[in-house]
Design a protein around this ligand. Structure first.
Ligand code: C2E
Ligand code: CA
Ligand code: CA
Ligand code: CA
Length: 279
């Protein structure tokens, strides 16, 4: 009984308006956020299994909103994707991550790599290769130290086109990583054609490892699959010592998660666990 008369209708109408207004306001704010330098990158360490050294970082977008505080991507990225603003923001992310890596390199961290996330819309832009080329050149970054993370779902939208784009990108020397792996429906044949060097097991599987035997089976299968295709395996969302031990035992190369290190602003990187162990 959805259509339960006037009262039900009146009850929902104002809250919908409020939501729309909030979104509109957020959209306006996001335009200014770029000009006012309110966007930030936090960096989450990626550790050589089981506990170090740090081999690099994933850059994760944050918005230091003037009144609402520090916002995570789930609050504003869907909106930015819808309006297309993600393309400019994404370009900024690539350049900023390279700028930060250059700074770390100057401090002597010559083996560190940095990974950035690409949105579906950004992935399809014809000038993406140009953006990446320019960022690498501007900040003097060896291409193999930049990883581009594309979700399995994005890569599956148009498989042939994704192979073409990723081939063009990896020709620059950068690495490609298939993010949130296990949630899409890649065929083996297709995976083999993708010029990626890494699979990231989705956090949902890692999260359920202890409770669901099926998930342990799926994770084992993903690791075996990756190894047979010569792909490195990164597990994200590692929160417990049990997960750490299990994933290491399976042969995961790289671990990422709150257990080992949360995403932090660049000035806090030196305080991360096992920072002293150099790659
Ligand atoms: P993602 O690429 O899967 O990134 C991992 C997310 O899991 C991050 O959330 C990270 O903070 C969180 N995480 C890491 N370890 C743990 C853990 O042990 N436990 C739990 N519960 N969470 C953990 P975050 O930073 O909120 O980012 C969410 C998503 O937003 C990312 O998911 C990515 O899809 C997207 N995103 C972030 N930055 C960017 C960006 O610069 N561009 C694009 N296009 N998307 C981005
Ligand atoms: Ca990612
Ligand atoms: Ca096609
Ligand atoms: Ca994920």
């Amino acid at each position: 009984t959805k259509n339960n008369g006037r009262n039900g209708h009146n009850f929902f109408q104002p809250s919908m308006n409020t939501l729309a207004q909030t979104q509109l306001q957020l959209n306006n704010d996001l335009w200014h956020a770029q000009e006012n330098n309110e966007l930030r990158l936090f960096y989450q360490p990626k550790y050589c299994a089981p506990r170090g050294p740090i081999i690099g970082f994933e850059a994760l977008l944050r918005w230091q909103h003037p009144t609402r505080g520090l916002l995570t991507p789930d609050v504003f990225l869907p909106l930015a994707e819808k309006t297309g603003m993600i393309v400019t923001i994404g370009g900024w992310v690539i350049n900023e991550a390279c700028r930060q890596l250059h700074q770390w390199r100057q401090q002597g961290h010559l083996n560190w790599s940095v990974a950035v996330n690409l949105s579906a819309l950004q992935f399809e832009q014809s000038n993406l290769v140009e953006t990446v080329t320019e960022a690498l050149a501007t900040h003097d970054i060896p291409p193999e130290l930049l990883t581009l993370e594309v979700t399995e779902t994005t890569a599956m939208r148009d498989p042939d086109e994704s192979v073409r784009i990723l081939t063009e990108l990896t020709r620059l020397g950068v690495k490609a990583s298939i993010d949130d792996f296990g949630t899409g429906y890649s065929s083996l044949l297709y995976l083999k054609r993708l010029p990626a060097s890494e699979l990231k097991i989705d956090r949902a599987f890692v999260n359920e490892l202890q409770h669901q035997t099926e998930d342990a089976t799926i994770v084992s299968a993903i690791v075996a699959l990756a190894q047979s295709l010569d792909l490195k395996v990164v597990a994200e969302g590692v929160e417990t010592a049990e997960q750490q031990a299990f994933l290491t035992g399976l042969g995961c190369n790289t671990l990422q998660g709150y257990l080992l290190g949360k995403p932090v602003p660049p000035e806090k990187v030196a305080e991360l666990p096992n920072f002293a162990l150099e790659a």
